[in-house]
Design a protein around this ligand. Sequence first.
Ligand code: GLN
Length: 544
Amino acid sequence: RTNGEVNGDLPPPPHTIFDTILVLDFGSQYTHLITRRLRELNVYSEMLPCTQKIADLPWKPKGVILSGGPYSVYAPDAPHVDPAVFDLGVPILGICYGLQELAWHQGRNVLAGEKREYGHAGLQMQRHSGKQAHVDRLFEGLQDDMEVWMSHGDKLSHLPENFVTIATTSNSSFAGIASEEKEYYGIQFHPEVTHTPKGKEVIKNFAVNICKARQDWTMGAFVDKEIARIRALVGEKGQVIGAVSGGVDSTVAAKLMQEAIGDRFHAVLVDNGVLRKDEAKQVKETLTAGLGVNLTVIDASAQFLALLEGVSDPEKKRKIIGNTFIDCFQQKALEIAAEAANTPRAGKIEWFLQGTLYPDVIESISFKGPSATIKTHHNVGGLPEKMHLKLIEPLRELFKDEVRELGTSLGITYDLVWRHPFPGPGIAIRIIGTVTPEKVRIVQEADQIFIEEIRAAGLYRQISQAFAALMEGKAVGVVGDQRLHGHIIALRAVQTTDFMTADAFEFDQKFLKRVKNRIGNEVEGVARVLYEITSKPPATIEFE
Ligand code: GLN
Protein backbone atom coordinates (compact mmCIF):
# COMPACT_ATOMS: atom_id res chain seq x y z
CA ARG A 1 0.00 0.00 0.00
CA THR A 2 1.66 3.18 -1.12
CA ASN A 3 -0.86 5.92 -0.70
CA GLY A 4 -3.17 4.58 1.97
CA GLU A 5 -1.91 5.16 5.47
CA VAL A 6 0.09 8.01 6.89
CA ASN A 7 3.82 7.63 6.76
CA GLY A 8 6.19 10.32 7.94
CA ASP A 9 4.85 13.83 7.45
CA LEU A 10 2.39 13.05 4.68
CA PRO A 11 -0.99 14.72 4.84
CA PRO A 12 -3.48 12.24 6.25
CA PRO A 13 -6.04 10.25 4.23
CA PRO A 14 -9.74 11.25 4.16
CA HIS A 15 -10.89 9.13 7.12
CA THR A 16 -8.75 11.19 9.45
CA ILE A 17 -9.91 14.51 7.97
CA PHE A 18 -13.60 13.90 7.38
CA ASP A 19 -16.03 12.50 9.94
CA THR A 20 -16.26 8.90 8.82
CA ILE A 21 -18.91 6.23 9.19
CA LEU A 22 -17.37 2.78 9.15
CA VAL A 23 -19.36 0.11 7.34
CA LEU A 24 -18.40 -3.41 8.36
CA ASP A 25 -19.17 -5.84 5.56
CA PHE A 26 -20.67 -9.24 6.28
CA GLY A 27 -20.82 -10.11 2.59
CA SER A 28 -24.18 -8.73 1.49
CA GLN A 29 -24.44 -7.84 -2.19
CA TYR A 30 -25.73 -4.43 -1.06
CA THR A 31 -22.98 -3.42 1.36
CA HIS A 32 -21.28 -0.97 -1.00
CA LEU A 33 -24.61 0.80 -1.43
CA ILE A 34 -24.61 1.76 2.25
CA THR A 35 -21.29 3.53 1.71
CA ARG A 36 -22.60 5.17 -1.45
CA ARG A 37 -25.76 6.47 0.20
CA LEU A 38 -23.68 8.02 2.98
CA ARG A 39 -21.40 9.69 0.45
CA GLU A 40 -24.46 10.99 -1.40
CA LEU A 41 -25.41 12.64 1.89
CA ASN A 42 -21.91 14.21 1.89
CA VAL A 43 -20.92 12.04 4.82
CA TYR A 44 -17.63 10.26 4.23
CA SER A 45 -17.77 6.51 4.67
CA GLU A 46 -15.43 3.60 4.21
CA MET A 47 -16.13 -0.10 4.10
CA LEU A 48 -13.99 -2.76 5.74
CA PRO A 49 -14.49 -6.50 6.14
CA CYS A 50 -16.40 -7.63 9.25
CA THR A 51 -13.24 -9.37 10.44
CA GLN A 52 -11.50 -6.01 10.95
CA LYS A 53 -9.74 -5.92 14.34
CA ILE A 54 -10.80 -2.70 16.00
CA ALA A 55 -7.41 -2.34 17.74
CA ASP A 56 -5.75 -2.26 14.30
CA LEU A 57 -7.94 0.56 13.04
CA PRO A 58 -5.70 3.64 12.93
CA TRP A 59 -8.63 6.08 13.00
CA LYS A 60 -11.85 6.47 14.95
CA PRO A 61 -15.21 6.34 13.17
CA LYS A 62 -18.13 8.59 14.18
CA GLY A 63 -20.39 5.58 13.96
CA VAL A 64 -20.46 1.99 12.76
CA ILE A 65 -22.91 0.19 10.48
CA LEU A 66 -23.01 -3.60 10.44
CA SER A 67 -24.13 -4.75 7.00
CA GLY A 68 -26.31 -7.61 5.85
CA GLY A 69 -24.85 -10.96 4.93
CA PRO A 70 -25.75 -14.42 3.67
CA TYR A 71 -24.92 -16.27 6.92
CA SER A 72 -27.00 -17.10 9.95
CA VAL A 73 -25.50 -15.67 13.13
CA TYR A 74 -26.17 -18.89 15.05
CA ALA A 75 -24.29 -21.10 12.55
CA PRO A 76 -20.96 -22.41 13.89
CA ASP A 77 -18.91 -20.80 11.10
CA ALA A 78 -20.82 -17.49 10.99
CA PRO A 79 -18.68 -14.35 10.94
CA HIS A 80 -18.83 -12.11 14.00
CA VAL A 81 -17.75 -8.57 14.61
CA ASP A 82 -14.81 -7.86 16.91
CA PRO A 83 -16.56 -7.25 20.29
CA ALA A 84 -14.22 -4.28 20.76
CA VAL A 85 -16.58 -2.41 18.43
CA PHE A 86 -18.88 -2.05 21.46
CA ASP A 87 -16.10 -0.32 23.39
CA LEU A 88 -15.65 2.41 20.79
CA GLY A 89 -18.42 4.37 22.45
CA VAL A 90 -20.00 5.35 19.11
CA PRO A 91 -23.50 4.68 17.76
CA ILE A 92 -24.01 1.37 15.96
CA LEU A 93 -26.64 0.50 13.35
CA GLY A 94 -27.21 -3.13 12.35
CA ILE A 95 -28.87 -3.83 9.03
CA CYS A 96 -30.47 -7.26 8.47
CA TYR A 97 -27.66 -9.68 9.40
CA GLY A 98 -26.25 -6.67 11.24
CA LEU A 99 -29.39 -6.43 13.40
CA GLN A 100 -29.20 -10.13 14.14
CA GLU A 101 -25.49 -9.80 14.95
CA LEU A 102 -26.22 -6.93 17.32
CA ALA A 103 -28.87 -9.01 19.08
CA TRP A 104 -26.69 -12.13 19.13
CA HIS A 105 -23.98 -10.30 21.05
CA GLN A 106 -26.55 -9.36 23.67
CA GLY A 107 -28.13 -12.73 24.26
CA ARG A 108 -27.95 -15.46 21.58
CA ASN A 109 -31.55 -14.84 20.66
CA VAL A 110 -31.72 -15.46 16.91
CA LEU A 111 -33.28 -18.43 15.18
CA ALA A 112 -34.55 -19.54 11.80
CA GLY A 113 -37.99 -18.14 11.03
CA GLU A 114 -40.83 -20.27 9.68
CA LYS A 115 -41.04 -18.11 6.61
CA ARG A 116 -38.53 -16.25 4.49
CA GLU A 117 -39.46 -12.63 4.02
CA TYR A 118 -38.32 -11.40 0.61
CA GLY A 119 -39.42 -8.32 -1.26
CA HIS A 120 -41.63 -5.39 -0.38
CA ALA A 121 -43.08 -5.11 3.10
CA GLY A 122 -45.06 -2.49 4.97
CA LEU A 123 -43.21 -1.14 8.00
CA GLN A 124 -45.19 0.11 10.99
CA MET A 125 -43.39 2.48 13.34
CA GLN A 126 -43.86 2.15 17.07
CA ARG A 127 -43.40 5.50 18.75
CA HIS A 128 -42.27 6.00 22.31
CA SER A 129 -42.59 8.75 24.84
CA GLY A 130 -41.08 9.98 28.05
CA LYS A 131 -37.59 8.87 28.82
CA GLN A 132 -37.72 6.32 26.00
CA ALA A 133 -38.42 8.94 23.32
CA HIS A 134 -34.83 9.02 22.05
CA VAL A 135 -35.17 5.52 20.57
CA ASP A 136 -37.38 7.02 17.87
CA ARG A 137 -34.60 9.17 16.45
CA LEU A 138 -33.80 6.64 13.73
CA PHE A 139 -37.26 7.19 12.21
CA GLU A 140 -37.59 10.87 13.05
CA GLY A 141 -39.43 12.88 10.43
CA LEU A 142 -40.82 9.75 8.78
CA GLN A 143 -44.45 8.73 8.54
CA ASP A 144 -45.82 6.00 10.78
CA ASP A 145 -45.79 3.52 7.96
CA MET A 146 -43.43 3.14 5.04
CA GLU A 147 -42.50 0.72 2.32
CA VAL A 148 -39.31 -1.27 2.87
CA TRP A 149 -37.33 -4.04 1.19
CA MET A 150 -36.82 -7.28 3.09
CA SER A 151 -34.51 -10.18 2.40
CA HIS A 152 -34.14 -12.51 5.35
CA GLY A 153 -35.12 -15.88 6.79
CA ASP A 154 -33.87 -15.61 10.37
CA LYS A 155 -35.52 -13.66 13.14
CA LEU A 156 -35.11 -12.65 16.76
CA SER A 157 -36.81 -14.91 19.30
CA HIS A 158 -37.05 -12.04 21.76
CA LEU A 159 -35.65 -8.59 22.34
CA PRO A 160 -32.18 -8.24 23.79
CA GLU A 161 -32.15 -6.82 27.31
CA ASN A 162 -32.85 -3.08 27.49
CA PHE A 163 -33.95 -2.95 23.86
CA VAL A 164 -37.37 -1.83 22.63
CA THR A 165 -39.20 -2.41 19.38
CA ILE A 166 -39.36 0.65 17.13
CA ALA A 167 -40.95 -0.95 14.06
CA THR A 168 -42.77 -4.09 12.93
CA THR A 169 -44.05 -5.68 9.74
CA SER A 170 -46.77 -8.31 9.46
CA ASN A 171 -44.07 -10.97 9.38
CA SER A 172 -41.43 -9.39 11.66
CA SER A 173 -42.23 -8.42 15.23
CA PHE A 174 -38.71 -6.97 15.46
CA ALA A 175 -38.30 -5.13 12.15
CA GLY A 176 -36.69 -2.27 14.04
CA ILE A 177 -35.15 -2.30 17.52
CA ALA A 178 -33.22 0.21 19.61
CA SER A 179 -31.34 0.17 22.88
CA GLU A 180 -32.74 2.23 25.73
CA GLU A 181 -29.27 2.80 27.14
CA LYS A 182 -26.86 3.07 24.26
CA GLU A 183 -27.12 4.41 20.74
CA TYR A 184 -27.57 0.98 19.20
CA TYR A 185 -30.16 0.44 16.50
CA GLY A 186 -31.10 -2.54 14.39
CA ILE A 187 -33.33 -2.78 11.32
CA GLN A 188 -34.35 -5.95 9.55
CA PHE A 189 -34.99 -4.20 6.21
CA HIS A 190 -32.46 -2.77 3.76
CA PRO A 191 -32.51 1.05 3.77
CA GLU A 192 -29.66 1.22 1.23
CA VAL A 193 -31.62 -0.14 -1.76
CA THR A 194 -33.91 2.00 -3.89
CA HIS A 195 -36.78 -0.43 -3.18
CA THR A 196 -36.91 1.26 0.23
CA PRO A 197 -37.95 4.70 -1.02
CA LYS A 198 -37.29 6.53 2.26
CA GLY A 199 -34.25 4.46 3.14
CA LYS A 200 -31.83 7.31 2.65
CA GLU A 201 -33.70 9.29 5.33
CA VAL A 202 -33.11 6.46 7.78
CA ILE A 203 -29.41 6.41 6.94
CA LYS A 204 -29.30 10.19 7.28
CA ASN A 205 -31.02 10.07 10.66
CA PHE A 206 -28.39 7.63 11.82
CA ALA A 207 -25.32 9.35 10.40
CA VAL A 208 -26.21 13.00 10.82
CA ASN A 209 -28.63 13.15 13.76
CA ILE A 210 -27.43 10.23 15.84
CA CYS A 211 -23.70 10.01 15.00
CA LYS A 212 -23.43 13.77 14.47
CA ALA A 213 -21.25 13.31 11.41
CA ARG A 214 -20.55 16.54 9.54
CA GLN A 215 -21.79 16.58 5.94
CA ASP A 216 -18.62 18.06 4.52
CA TRP A 217 -17.53 15.36 2.09
CA THR A 218 -17.63 17.30 -1.18
CA MET A 219 -15.44 17.01 -4.24
CA GLY A 220 -14.32 20.61 -3.74
CA ALA A 221 -12.99 19.73 -0.31
CA PHE A 222 -11.50 16.48 -1.56
CA VAL A 223 -9.65 18.07 -4.46
CA ASP A 224 -7.54 20.50 -2.42
CA LYS A 225 -6.62 17.86 0.10
CA GLU A 226 -5.79 15.30 -2.56
CA ILE A 227 -3.60 17.73 -4.47
CA ALA A 228 -1.70 18.53 -1.27
CA ARG A 229 -1.36 14.84 -0.61
CA ILE A 230 0.00 14.06 -4.10
CA ARG A 231 2.54 16.88 -3.77
CA ALA A 232 3.73 15.62 -0.41
CA LEU A 233 3.86 12.04 -1.63
CA VAL A 234 5.81 12.72 -4.80
CA GLY A 235 8.10 15.34 -3.29
CA GLU A 236 9.53 18.41 -4.99
CA LYS A 237 11.34 16.63 -7.78
CA GLY A 238 9.57 13.31 -8.13
CA GLN A 239 8.02 12.41 -11.45
CA VAL A 240 5.03 10.27 -12.32
CA ILE A 241 4.08 8.40 -15.46
CA GLY A 242 0.70 7.00 -16.44
CA ALA A 243 -1.31 5.71 -19.37
CA VAL A 244 -4.39 7.60 -20.58
CA SER A 245 -7.14 6.24 -22.80
CA GLY A 246 -9.55 9.10 -23.33
CA GLY A 247 -11.94 7.57 -20.83
CA VAL A 248 -13.34 9.33 -17.76
CA ASP A 249 -11.15 7.78 -15.07
CA SER A 250 -7.78 8.20 -16.73
CA THR A 251 -8.60 11.73 -17.87
CA VAL A 252 -9.72 12.84 -14.40
CA ALA A 253 -6.69 11.19 -12.78
CA ALA A 254 -4.37 12.85 -15.33
CA LYS A 255 -5.90 16.28 -14.77
CA LEU A 256 -5.58 15.89 -11.02
CA MET A 257 -1.89 14.99 -11.41
CA GLN A 258 -1.36 17.95 -13.71
CA GLU A 259 -2.91 20.27 -11.12
CA ALA A 260 -0.70 18.78 -8.43
CA ILE A 261 2.68 18.52 -10.13
CA GLY A 262 2.36 20.05 -13.60
CA ASP A 263 4.71 18.66 -16.22
CA ARG A 264 6.31 16.27 -13.78
CA PHE A 265 3.33 14.09 -14.64
CA HIS A 266 3.86 12.35 -17.97
CA ALA A 267 0.76 10.98 -19.66
CA VAL A 268 1.18 8.40 -22.42
CA LEU A 269 -1.47 7.47 -24.97
CA VAL A 270 -0.82 4.37 -27.04
CA ASP A 271 -2.68 4.49 -30.35
CA ASN A 272 -3.24 0.79 -31.00
CA GLY A 273 -5.06 1.30 -34.28
CA VAL A 274 -8.33 -0.05 -32.86
CA LEU A 275 -9.51 3.08 -31.08
CA ARG A 276 -12.66 4.95 -32.07
CA LYS A 277 -12.42 7.10 -35.20
CA ASP A 278 -10.04 10.07 -34.68
CA GLU A 279 -9.78 9.16 -31.01
CA ALA A 280 -6.02 9.66 -30.63
CA LYS A 281 -6.25 13.08 -32.24
CA GLN A 282 -9.15 14.10 -30.04
CA VAL A 283 -7.58 12.84 -26.82
CA LYS A 284 -4.46 14.80 -27.69
CA GLU A 285 -6.48 17.94 -28.21
CA THR A 286 -8.50 17.53 -25.03
CA LEU A 287 -5.58 16.67 -22.78
CA THR A 288 -2.96 18.96 -24.21
CA ALA A 289 -4.75 22.08 -25.40
CA GLY A 290 -7.79 21.69 -23.17
CA LEU A 291 -6.39 20.44 -19.88
CA GLY A 292 -2.70 21.30 -20.11
CA VAL A 293 -1.54 17.75 -19.49
CA ASN A 294 1.99 16.79 -20.56
CA LEU A 295 1.10 14.07 -23.05
CA THR A 296 3.06 11.83 -25.39
CA VAL A 297 1.15 9.95 -28.08
CA ILE A 298 2.69 6.80 -29.51
CA ASP A 299 1.28 5.85 -32.88
CA ALA A 300 1.73 2.10 -32.84
CA SER A 301 -1.30 1.28 -34.98
CA ALA A 302 0.74 -0.34 -37.77
CA GLN A 303 2.51 -2.58 -35.26
CA PHE A 304 -0.75 -3.64 -33.56
CA LEU A 305 -2.58 -4.29 -36.82
CA ALA A 306 0.32 -6.33 -38.21
CA LEU A 307 0.33 -8.52 -35.11
CA LEU A 308 -3.45 -8.93 -35.24
CA GLU A 309 -3.42 -10.08 -38.86
CA GLY A 310 -5.11 -13.45 -39.34
CA VAL A 311 -6.01 -13.79 -35.64
CA SER A 312 -9.68 -14.56 -35.00
CA ASP A 313 -9.69 -15.97 -31.46
CA PRO A 314 -10.89 -13.20 -29.10
CA GLU A 315 -8.62 -14.29 -26.25
CA LYS A 316 -5.62 -14.20 -28.56
CA LYS A 317 -6.62 -10.74 -29.77
CA ARG A 318 -6.81 -9.53 -26.18
CA LYS A 319 -3.43 -11.02 -25.33
CA ILE A 320 -1.74 -9.50 -28.37
CA ILE A 321 -3.18 -6.09 -27.62
CA GLY A 322 -2.35 -6.28 -23.91
CA ASN A 323 1.23 -7.43 -24.43
CA THR A 324 1.98 -5.03 -27.26
CA PHE A 325 0.58 -2.21 -25.15
CA ILE A 326 2.94 -3.08 -22.33
CA ASP A 327 5.94 -3.24 -24.69
CA CYS A 328 5.13 0.12 -26.28
CA PHE A 329 4.41 1.80 -23.00
CA GLN A 330 7.51 0.47 -21.32
CA GLN A 331 9.77 1.51 -24.15
CA LYS A 332 8.35 5.01 -24.17
CA ALA A 333 8.51 5.20 -20.39
CA LEU A 334 12.23 4.42 -20.45
CA GLU A 335 12.79 7.18 -23.02
CA ILE A 336 10.79 9.67 -21.00
CA ALA A 337 12.61 8.62 -17.84
CA ALA A 338 16.02 9.10 -19.48
CA GLU A 339 14.97 12.52 -20.70
CA ALA A 340 13.48 13.51 -17.38
CA ALA A 341 16.72 12.61 -15.59
CA ASN A 342 18.56 15.07 -17.84
CA THR A 343 16.33 18.06 -17.12
CA PRO A 344 17.53 20.63 -14.59
CA ARG A 345 14.84 19.47 -12.20
CA ALA A 346 16.49 16.08 -12.44
CA GLY A 347 13.83 14.05 -10.70
CA LYS A 348 13.57 10.37 -11.30
CA ILE A 349 10.35 8.74 -12.47
CA GLU A 350 9.43 6.74 -9.42
CA TRP A 351 5.67 6.58 -9.66
CA PHE A 352 3.06 4.98 -11.82
CA LEU A 353 -0.41 6.55 -11.91
CA GLN A 354 -3.30 4.14 -11.77
CA GLY A 355 -6.97 5.07 -11.98
CA THR A 356 -8.18 2.54 -9.40
CA LEU A 357 -11.67 3.39 -8.11
CA TYR A 358 -13.27 2.56 -4.77
CA PRO A 359 -15.39 -0.30 -6.20
CA ASP A 360 -12.10 -2.04 -7.16
CA VAL A 361 -10.85 -1.54 -3.61
CA ILE A 362 -14.15 -2.78 -2.16
CA GLU A 363 -14.06 -5.78 -4.46
CA SER A 364 -10.62 -6.70 -3.18
CA ILE A 365 -11.55 -6.39 0.52
CA SER A 366 -15.17 -7.61 0.50
CA PHE A 367 -15.96 -10.31 2.98
CA LYS A 368 -16.42 -13.52 1.04
CA GLY A 369 -16.49 -16.01 3.87
CA PRO A 370 -13.82 -18.00 5.64
CA SER A 371 -12.70 -20.02 2.61
CA ALA A 372 -12.68 -17.35 -0.09
CA THR A 373 -9.31 -15.97 -1.10
CA ILE A 374 -8.92 -12.24 -1.19
CA LYS A 375 -8.65 -10.99 -4.74
CA THR A 376 -6.06 -8.34 -5.42
CA HIS A 377 -6.61 -5.66 -7.98
CA HIS A 378 -4.41 -6.14 -11.00
CA ASN A 379 -2.91 -3.29 -12.87
CA VAL A 380 -1.94 -3.31 -16.53
CA GLY A 381 0.14 -6.46 -16.86
CA GLY A 382 2.19 -5.85 -13.75
CA LEU A 383 3.92 -2.87 -15.40
CA PRO A 384 4.71 -0.94 -12.22
CA GLU A 385 6.41 -3.96 -10.64
CA LYS A 386 8.36 -4.68 -13.82
CA MET A 387 9.56 -1.11 -14.00
CA HIS A 388 10.12 -0.82 -10.24
CA LEU A 389 7.60 1.98 -9.96
CA LYS A 390 5.49 2.76 -6.93
CA LEU A 391 1.72 3.09 -7.40
CA ILE A 392 -0.12 6.36 -7.01
CA GLU A 393 -3.90 6.01 -7.02
CA PRO A 394 -5.61 9.37 -6.44
CA LEU A 395 -9.12 8.03 -7.20
CA ARG A 396 -8.98 4.96 -4.98
CA GLU A 397 -11.38 6.47 -2.44
CA LEU A 398 -13.98 7.50 -5.03
CA PHE A 399 -17.08 5.99 -6.60
CA LYS A 400 -17.68 6.55 -10.32
CA ASP A 401 -20.24 9.31 -9.77
CA GLU A 402 -17.76 11.08 -7.48
CA VAL A 403 -15.10 10.82 -10.19
CA ARG A 404 -17.51 12.52 -12.58
CA GLU A 405 -18.22 15.27 -10.06
CA LEU A 406 -14.49 15.67 -9.48
CA GLY A 407 -13.87 15.83 -13.23
CA THR A 408 -16.50 18.53 -13.58
CA SER A 409 -14.94 20.56 -10.76
CA LEU A 410 -11.57 20.25 -12.52
CA GLY A 411 -13.03 21.77 -15.67
CA ILE A 412 -13.41 18.61 -17.74
CA THR A 413 -16.26 18.91 -20.24
CA TYR A 414 -19.69 17.42 -19.70
CA ASP A 415 -19.36 15.23 -22.80
CA LEU A 416 -16.13 13.67 -21.59
CA VAL A 417 -17.27 13.22 -18.01
CA TRP A 418 -20.35 11.30 -19.21
CA ARG A 419 -18.57 9.33 -21.89
CA HIS A 420 -19.63 5.72 -22.45
CA PRO A 421 -17.03 3.11 -21.48
CA PHE A 422 -14.76 1.69 -24.16
CA PRO A 423 -12.95 -1.66 -23.85
CA GLY A 424 -9.16 -1.84 -23.68
CA PRO A 425 -8.86 -4.10 -26.75
CA GLY A 426 -11.12 -1.61 -28.52
CA ILE A 427 -12.63 -2.29 -31.89
CA ALA A 428 -10.62 -5.50 -32.23
CA ILE A 429 -13.22 -7.27 -30.09
CA ARG A 430 -16.07 -5.55 -31.93
CA ILE A 431 -14.98 -7.20 -35.16
CA ILE A 432 -15.98 -10.83 -35.04
CA GLY A 433 -13.24 -12.91 -36.63
CA THR A 434 -10.08 -11.50 -38.13
CA VAL A 435 -9.20 -7.82 -37.94
CA THR A 436 -8.15 -5.96 -41.08
CA PRO A 437 -7.57 -2.22 -41.64
CA GLU A 438 -10.60 -2.21 -43.95
CA LYS A 439 -12.88 -3.69 -41.29
CA VAL A 440 -11.53 -1.28 -38.67
CA ARG A 441 -12.37 1.65 -40.94
CA ILE A 442 -15.92 0.38 -41.49
CA VAL A 443 -16.59 -0.08 -37.78
CA GLN A 444 -15.07 3.29 -36.92
CA GLU A 445 -17.18 5.12 -39.48
CA ALA A 446 -20.41 3.30 -38.65
CA ASP A 447 -19.80 3.80 -34.94
CA GLN A 448 -19.23 7.51 -35.39
CA ILE A 449 -22.50 7.91 -37.29
CA PHE A 450 -24.44 5.90 -34.70
CA ILE A 451 -23.05 7.93 -31.78
CA GLU A 452 -23.56 11.23 -33.62
CA GLU A 453 -27.22 10.38 -34.20
CA ILE A 454 -27.67 9.24 -30.61
CA ARG A 455 -26.28 12.55 -29.39
CA ALA A 456 -28.40 14.51 -31.88
CA ALA A 457 -31.52 12.71 -30.65
CA GLY A 458 -30.61 13.60 -27.06
CA LEU A 459 -30.37 9.95 -26.07
CA TYR A 460 -26.69 9.68 -25.12
CA ARG A 461 -27.17 9.98 -21.36
CA GLN A 462 -30.13 7.58 -21.32
CA ILE A 463 -27.97 4.93 -22.92
CA SER A 464 -25.16 3.42 -20.88
CA GLN A 465 -23.11 2.14 -23.78
CA ALA A 466 -23.60 2.16 -27.55
CA PHE A 467 -21.42 1.08 -30.43
CA ALA A 468 -21.20 -0.52 -33.86
CA ALA A 469 -19.72 -3.95 -34.43
CA LEU A 470 -18.93 -6.01 -37.48
CA MET A 471 -20.34 -9.49 -37.96
CA GLU A 472 -18.41 -12.30 -39.57
CA GLY A 473 -19.11 -13.06 -43.22
CA LYS A 474 -20.82 -11.01 -45.87
CA ALA A 475 -24.31 -10.49 -47.25
CA VAL A 476 -25.71 -9.47 -50.58
CA GLY A 477 -27.09 -6.04 -51.26
CA VAL A 478 -27.83 -3.82 -54.20
CA VAL A 479 -26.28 -0.39 -54.55
CA GLY A 480 -27.41 1.57 -57.55
CA ASP A 481 -27.83 -1.17 -60.10
CA GLN A 482 -24.89 -3.12 -58.82
CA ARG A 483 -24.98 -6.19 -56.67
CA LEU A 484 -22.76 -5.69 -53.68
CA HIS A 485 -21.30 -8.42 -51.53
CA GLY A 486 -20.80 -6.34 -48.43
CA HIS A 487 -20.17 -6.35 -44.70
CA ILE A 488 -22.79 -6.68 -41.96
CA ILE A 489 -22.85 -4.03 -39.23
CA ALA A 490 -24.59 -4.69 -35.94
CA LEU A 491 -25.57 -1.78 -33.73
CA ARG A 492 -25.78 -2.28 -30.00
CA ALA A 493 -27.06 0.09 -27.31
CA VAL A 494 -27.75 -0.94 -23.73
CA GLN A 495 -29.16 0.49 -20.55
CA THR A 496 -27.73 -0.61 -17.25
CA THR A 497 -26.92 0.75 -13.82
CA ASP A 498 -24.03 -1.52 -12.92
CA PHE A 499 -23.04 -3.28 -16.17
CA MET A 500 -23.73 -6.62 -14.48
CA THR A 501 -27.13 -6.87 -16.16
CA ALA A 502 -28.31 -4.82 -19.11
CA ASP A 503 -31.25 -4.34 -21.46
CA ALA A 504 -31.14 -3.42 -25.11
CA PHE A 505 -32.28 0.17 -25.60
CA GLU A 506 -35.62 0.60 -27.38
CA PHE A 507 -35.12 3.05 -30.22
CA ASP A 508 -38.02 4.05 -32.36
CA GLN A 509 -38.02 2.67 -35.87
CA LYS A 510 -37.49 6.09 -37.48
CA PHE A 511 -34.28 6.60 -35.57
CA LEU A 512 -32.92 3.23 -36.62
CA LYS A 513 -33.88 3.88 -40.21
CA ARG A 514 -32.05 7.19 -40.18
CA VAL A 515 -28.90 5.54 -38.85
CA LYS A 516 -29.22 2.71 -41.36
CA ASN A 517 -29.59 5.20 -44.22
CA ARG A 518 -26.56 7.18 -43.18
CA ILE A 519 -24.39 4.10 -42.73
CA GLY A 520 -25.56 2.74 -46.08
CA ASN A 521 -24.81 6.02 -47.85
CA GLU A 522 -21.65 7.08 -46.06
CA VAL A 523 -19.75 3.93 -45.20
CA GLU A 524 -18.36 2.09 -48.16
CA GLY A 525 -18.63 -1.68 -48.14
CA VAL A 526 -21.68 -2.16 -45.88
CA ALA A 527 -24.55 -4.27 -47.23
CA ARG A 528 -26.67 -4.74 -44.10
CA VAL A 529 -27.31 -2.96 -40.81
CA LEU A 530 -28.75 -4.97 -37.89
CA TYR A 531 -29.94 -3.85 -34.47
CA GLU A 532 -28.97 -6.26 -31.68
CA ILE A 533 -31.67 -6.82 -29.02
CA THR A 534 -30.23 -9.43 -26.68
CA SER A 535 -30.14 -8.50 -23.01
CA LYS A 536 -27.36 -9.36 -20.56
CA PRO A 537 -27.66 -12.13 -19.51
CA PRO A 538 -27.65 -14.23 -21.68
CA ALA A 539 -25.47 -12.01 -23.88
CA THR A 540 -22.58 -9.85 -22.73
CA ILE A 541 -22.44 -6.19 -23.66
CA GLU A 542 -19.51 -6.60 -26.04
CA PHE A 543 -19.59 -9.26 -28.75
CA GLU A 544 -16.35 -11.05 -27.95
N1 GLN B 1 -28.88 -14.61 6.70
C1 GLN B 1 -29.70 -13.73 7.45
C2 GLN B 1 -31.18 -14.06 7.27
O1 GLN B 1 -31.55 -14.82 6.41
C3 GLN B 1 -29.44 -12.28 7.06
C4 GLN B 1 -29.85 -11.95 5.66
C5 GLN B 1 -29.36 -10.61 5.21
O2 GLN B 1 -28.53 -9.96 5.83
N2 GLN B 1 -29.82 -10.19 4.04
O3 GLN B 1 -32.00 -13.57 8.01
